[in-house]
Design a protein around this ligand. Sequence first.
Ligand code: CS2
Length: 457
Amino acid sequence: MAQLTHTALNNESVKGVPEDVRVPGPRPEKAGILHIGAGAFHRAHQAVYTDDTDWGIICAAPRSREVIDALAAQDGLFTVATLGPDGAELRVIGSIVDTLHLATETERALELIASDDIHIVTLTVTEKAYRDPEGVPGLLAEGLARRARRGGPPLTILCCDNLPDNGKTTRAAVEPLLDGPTRAWAAEHVTFPSTMVDRIVPASTRATYDRAIETLGLVDAAAVEAEPFLQWVIEDDFAGPRPDWNATFTTDVAGWEKLKLRTLNGVHSSLAYLGALAGAETISETLALPGARSFAERLVAEQIAPSLTPPNGQDVVAYGRSVLERFANPGIRHRCLQIAMDGSQKLPQRLLGTIADLAEAGRALDLIALPLAAWIRFCGGKADDGTELPLDDPLAPVLRQSLAAAGDRASARVDAILGIRQVVPEPVASDHRLRRAATAWLGELDRHGVARTLEKL
Ligand code: CS2
């Protein structure tokens, strides 16, 4: 009932927060950035980086109004709680200066994309959004057409989603939607740098909001929480001005993206499916299962490391070790089911690319077939103890139908899922060693469950 007795966080009330809570300096007058995707990740990552500069962000939500309504009622202010070993440290972020609801304010969104004041459009819209020409790619294309017609200033479109070559992927989603003159203009005036973004940001829960009230004495309905670590590697290819972000600007983002997607996100998804089947709620609980940590270490050393060349100065095994330390942070309650979402959109770059490269090099792929088998079992919708598991995935109907048609046999279920060409590329699908290994693991999981399988490893 705290909401009834506490004032909301806003420009006035923020003046009274305890001294050890960092608050924004003078708020930026104008926003040079339009951001699409108001999720917790944006608030704990790009919004924090931008808070250290004099730039502002207009934060747009594609569908749900909840977050932007909360932000609007709080003058754009919200808190990020950094959860370290010594507890939580709160900071109020002031970089969001305005909000926008795409579904009902499309005209305003198009005008902003065309506006002389906007120099950068950043995106966190999840993997699946780039496949839908009616969605964000279509909006960007229409906005670019207006900007081109007016001969507006150059624009940088900066994808911050966990996709390989995410700049190129975004360009490939937008470019085919452009008319001839806009395409010609965009070739000269629009860039799509690639980026690697990293910070573990679980969905906010009651605990996040309660902590904000306890610490600030104010209600913050847009509060988020995150781990201490944060990283942003950006391809230095801006069409116009950019904020002085404290990020790494480089010409080689691809190496960083691959390292992060295959190691951090690959192991994350692997643990998420194994954990969900075993009945573990969070990633740190999953890592605590007997055998889980050594499985994850071996996955990095034996399968992920040989599949890629890390960027300069990086060592995959050491990077993997620090990732596992971050996963084990007991302050972070990152639910397996949150990470398990949209597997069909995530696993191509998290696991299947690794498998393809190992297969091509003729290397062993026994161990990496285990998380693949876990995903297949997860898609079946039952945990090891028989509890129902949700399949939150744009391809859920295809996945479920394929499995239903395959019946009970492990080999048939593996073939059914590997046969889905939208997800599994041909050389991976027809790799006999992979199919055999995945079938063997799926049989193990069916008979003994995840906990015993990991323990026996
Ligand atoms: C996670 C990522 O939800 C997921 O799929 O793997 O959100 C992960 O926490 C971030 O990429 C870390 O940077």
